[in-house]
Ligand binder design. Sequence first.
Ligand code: ADP
Ligand code: MG
Length: 565
Amino acid sequence: MGEGRRLSDRPDETSALARSARYLRGHRTMLAVSTVVNVAAAGARVGGFALAGVVTDAILAGDRARVWEAAAVLTVLVVVSFAATWCGTYLVVRVGEAVVRDLREDAYRRVAAAPLRFLENHRSGDLVRRLTGEIAALSQFVGATLPALVNSSLMVLLTVVLLAGYSWLLTLVLVVLAALGAALLVRQFLARAPSAFTAVAAAEAQVSARFSETLPAREQLMVLGAQGRRLETFATDNDRLLRARVEQLRAHLWLVALGPVGGLLVVVLIALAAGGTAAGWLSVGGAVVFLLAARNAFGDVQELVAHLGDLRAARTHLARVLDLVEATEPDPLCPDESRAPGGRGHGVLEARKIGYAYGGRDALTDVDLEIHPGERVALVGRTGSGKTTLGKILAGLYQPDVGTVLLDDAPLSSLGPDTLRSRVVLIPQEVVLVSGTVADNLAMVPTDLGADPYGRMHAAATSLGLASWLGALSDGLDTPVGDHGRLVSAGERQLIALVRAALVDPEVLVLDEATADVDPVTAARVEDALARAARTRSVIVIAHRPDTVRRADRRIELVAGRVST
Ligand SMILES: Nc1ncnc2c1ncn2[C@@H]1O[C@H](COP(=O)(O)OP(=O)(O)O)[C@@H](O)[C@H]1O
Ligand SMILES: [Mg+2]
C-alpha cells in the first residue's frame, strides 16, 4: 500500500455492500442453507393465510371434512413455520457474525502490519473507533436487525406471489398504491439520510478521537491549566454530534408516516374486495385472504422501512471499516517472508543518498552513512534536525522517499518483515510498555524463547551488564510495570527495551536516547550496555548527552536534515 494513503471521513458507501462480498465467499454453503430455511419459514406463514381462505369457503359451503383437513394442514404449517423461523434466525445471525469476525480479523491484521507513516498520519482514536466501535455496531446490526429484515422482505415477496394467484388485478392495484406511498416517504428519507448518517459517524469518531487523545495527556493538561480549553473543544465536538443526531432523527421521522399510509390502503382494499365478492370474481375466502395477508404484509413493509435507518447506519459503518481495510492493503511489492532473503549477515549498514519529507517539507536530504559491526556511532544535531526520522529509516520503519538503505548490500525493502525485525532493532526515545510484568514485556520478541524463557532473559540482561539492575527490582522479572509502563522511569523502560533487543540479538541496533527522566546511574547503565552491545554489532545512538558522544567511536552531525561535514 502507498504509505501516504489517507482514510476518508466520508468514504464511498454506494459500493460498500459489493466491496464486502468477498467476505461472504467463505460462507457460501451456510448462506445457501440459510436462504432455503428462511424461504421455507416465510412460505409456511404465508401458506397459513391461504388456508384461512380455504376454511372460510369450506364453512360457507358446509363442507366439514374440508374444514378438518385444512385445520390439520394448518397445524403442520404452524410447526414448520416455528421450527424454520427458529433455525432461519439462527443461521442468518451465525453467517452474519462469521462475516463480521472475518472482517474484524482482516482489519486488525492489516492495521498491525500497516507502515508507521500511515499510523502516524491518522488519529489513533479514529483508528480505534473503526476497529472496535464500528465493527461492534455491525455485529449489533447482524444480531438485532438483520433477521427481521430478511424475514420481512421474504414475507412481503411471498405474500405478493400468493395474492397474485387470487387476483392479479387487485394485487397490482395494491402493490402500485403501496409502492407509490412508500416510495414517496422513503425518497424524502433517502434525500436526507446519506449526509445525516455519515455526519453522525464522523462526529462520533471525532468525539472518541478527542477523548482518547485527552486521557493520556491529562497530566500535561493539568500542569498547563489547559483543561478548561480542552473541555471547550470537547463541547464543540459534542454539539456537532448532537446536531448530526437531530438531522438523522428528522430524516427518520419520514418513515414513521408509513403507518397511516398502510391504514388508508387497507380501507381501499376492503372497498375493492367487497366489490369483487359482490361482482362474483372473488370468493369470500379470497377476500379474507386478501385482507389478512395484505394487512400482515403492511406490517412487514413498515418493519422493513423502520429498519431502513439501521440499514443505512450499518452501511456507513461498513464503508468506514472497508475504507480502513482497503487503505491498509498490503503492498504487492512488499517482499514475502518465505521468498525474501533470510538468515544473518555481518551487519554492515549503509545509507545512500537518503531523502525524506513530511507532507512536502524536507526532513532529510542526501544523507549518506556507513557503519560496521563493532562500531558505535553517535548521531547528533539540534532538535528537529532529523535524527529520529533517520533512525526510523535506518530501522526500516519508514521507506525513504529517495535513496536506499542497504544491510550487507541488500536493500532493507527486500527483506521480509520478520527477518528485518530480527536483524535491525530500533529502541525509540519513548519506550511504551504493555501492562503486565517486566517478563511480559521482554517476551514480546519475534524469537522463540524456548523452554526456559526466564533463563534466556537473565542471560540477555547479564550480557549487557544489567543483571544487578534486574535483580534489584522489587520482584525481579515479575515486577509489574503498570499501565503503559508508568511505574518505571523512561530510562528504565529503555533498559528493558535493551534487554529485549539482546534477546532478539540483531546485527544492527539503533537507540534514540531518552532525554527525559534519566538519572546519572541509569544513564551510565545504558552507556555500559551499549558498549557491550556494540562489541559484535553496528550500533547507532541518537545522542542527547555529551557523555554518550564522547564515548562513541564516531560522530555524525545532522544540520537541518543534512550530514554536516
Ligand atoms: N510525524 C511527523 N509529521 C510531520 N512532521 C514531522 C513528523 N515527525 C517529525 N517531523 C518534523 O521533521 C523534522 C525532523 O524531526 P525529527 O526527525 O523528529 O528530528 P529530531 O529527532 O532531530 O528532533 C522536524 O521539523 C519535525 O517537526
Ligand atoms: Mg528526536
